[in-house]
Design a binder for this molecule. Sequence first.
Ligand code: UP5
Ligand code: MG
Length: 190
Amino acid sequence: HTTKKVSVVFVLGGPGSGKGTQCANIVEHFGYTHLSAGDLLRAEIKSGSENGTMIQNMIKEGKIVPSEVTIKLLQRAIEENGNDKFLIDGFPRNEENRAAFEAVTGIEPEFVLFFDCSEEEMERRLLCRNQGREDDNIETIRKRFKVYMESSLPVIEYYNAKGKVKKIDAARPVGEVFEAVKAVFTPPSD
Ligand code: UP5
Ligand code: MG
């Protein structure tokens, strides 16, 4: 188990729903540390690690990287950081990710922030992102949507059944989405 006592929010939603964009805003306003599982995996490819080629191939196919790889990266990032509040963006992506993370780290999320957006809008955003991501082409985007529907949505359903999901309409402009996000992180005043 992770020895540190930490507070974790899972930030979930389809490819292009705005997880990274909104996490940057949350960091600025609420003092969390942002850990994007996808960014950690892409950094692992760049570092030339022994798993790099495997990770690269899986991302190109829109497939979910074996959980022990992703969990190790997340756990290391948590332990190396002085903060005790983390946004974990884009993880867990399937039931096995979820169960393994809980078993290995002993961490349960405070809540799950869920960015709900139509596939049509997500596709539009990904196709005009233009940041050179190898998975932002229409063939891979379709595969990512399929994996999201089949494997990732059930994780959101799991937490929804536990009353832990804060659902945000993410199809609106960035500023409007952040207004809704702020309300989730701001304790009610009386
Ligand atoms: N944009 C954002 N918000 C907008 C708004 N409200 N209105 C208009 N435009 C908006 O946004 C995407 C684009 O849309 C940007 O250009 C942005 O400016 C614009 P972004 O904030 O980047 O969306 P995000 O949800 O973060 O999209 P991303 O593509 O990162 O989501 P994915 O979940 O697909 O990507 P991730 O990096 O998490 O994973 C990539 C791959 O890694 C996976 O497919 C998988 O192969 C692998 N992976 C694992 O195997 N395991 C993991 O645990 C994690 C990843
Ligand atoms: Mg992202």
